[in-house]
Design a protein around this ligand. Structure first.
Ligand code: NAD
Length: 256
């Protein structure tokens, strides 16, 4: 039976990379994101891999929009077997100056939205005795950096939420895991490298090694393909016992 995966924030960056790996493995995709060409991106992935897709531009800061997104995805593709909570955002500021609206949005998107998507699919997963929840946290779900209070709080919260889901899902064949990437090679990060190289008058190689990847023991970015492949593995029969984990893909950052 063809399985269906719902991935939030999947018309850009890591989410799109994850979507492509699931499509390659034959899954039907429910995609989501705020990119204005999101529907085209979803159609292109579906056409490339010959799988059925559904797209929603639901704003995940709105619980009603999340409910509609999940309902419409189920109507279009059938029950959700795999949920990947990927959408996230970042803002950097000393805590005393942190804008409260930014705090609310970061907690809302990185943590609360995952609660809402999960509560709409979890009952069905339990009833069907199989399901997978994968939360894209961050190395910042395991360790902190200064000036990232909301992001670090949200990602640590997401790791805690994952553990609870693992316990509640365990009697019903439902696993839940968090993936904790270090820096990932996305177009956004590539643009940041180019900007920093200009600002600091450094080569892009030096920016990568001395600025961006200073906390990685392995001086390499994670790839969106490797994160997608890990998600697909977590849905395989070999991963039945992997649950409640926070898996670092961070080049040894969190080992220090
Ligand atoms: P990105 O900005 O490229 O993509 C984010 C996606 O979320 C986009 O599709 C965007 O439209 C969508 N989105 C944003 N706000 C939304 C909203 N309110 N409603 C619906 N969709 C919304 O980001 P990315 O770098 O691919 O990051 C994806 C996830 O990975 C995030 O949770 C991020 O915290 C995490 N992460 C990223 C890195 C990295 O180096 N890029 C490292 C660790 C963890």
């Amino acid at each position: 039976m063809t399985k269906t995966v719902l991935i939030t924030g999947s018309t850009s960056g890591i989410g799109l990379g994850i979507a492509r790996e699931f499509a390659k493995a034959g899954y039907q995709l429910a995609l989501n994101g705020l990119e204005t060409n999101g529907a085209e991106i979803a159609n292109a992935v579906g056409a490339e891999f010959g799988v059925k897709t559904f797209f929603s531009n639901a704003n995940l800061l709105q619980p009603d929009a999340i409910e509609t997104f999940v309902r419409e995805a189920v109507n279009a593709l059938g029950p959700i077997d795999v949920l990947v909570n990927n959408a996230g955002m970042q803002f950097v500021s000393p805590v005393e100056d942190f804008p409260t609206a930014k705090w609310d949005a970061i907690i809302g998107l990185n943590l609360t939205a995952a609660f809402h998507t999960t509560r709409h699919v979890f009952k069905g997963m339990k009833a069907r005795n199989w399901g997978r929840v994968i939360n894209i946290a961050s190395a910042h779900g395991l360790v902190a950096s200064e000036f990232k209070s909301a992001y670090v709080a949200a990602k640590h919260g997401l790791v805690g939420f994952t553990k609870v889901l693992a316990l509640e899902g365990a009697p019903h064949g439902v696993t839940a895991n968090a993936i904790c990437p270090g820096y990932v090679d996305t177009p956004l990060v590539r643009n940041q490298i180019a900007d920093q190289a200009k600002t600091h008058q450094m080569s892009e190689e030096d920016v990568i090694a001395k600025v961006m990847l200073v906390k990685h023991a392995v001086k390499k970015f994670a790839s969106v393909e490797s994160l997608g492949a890990l998600c697909v593995f977590l849905c395989s029969e070999h991963a039945d016992l992997i649950t409640g984990t926070a898996l670092p893909v961070d080049g040894g950052w969190s080992a220090q």
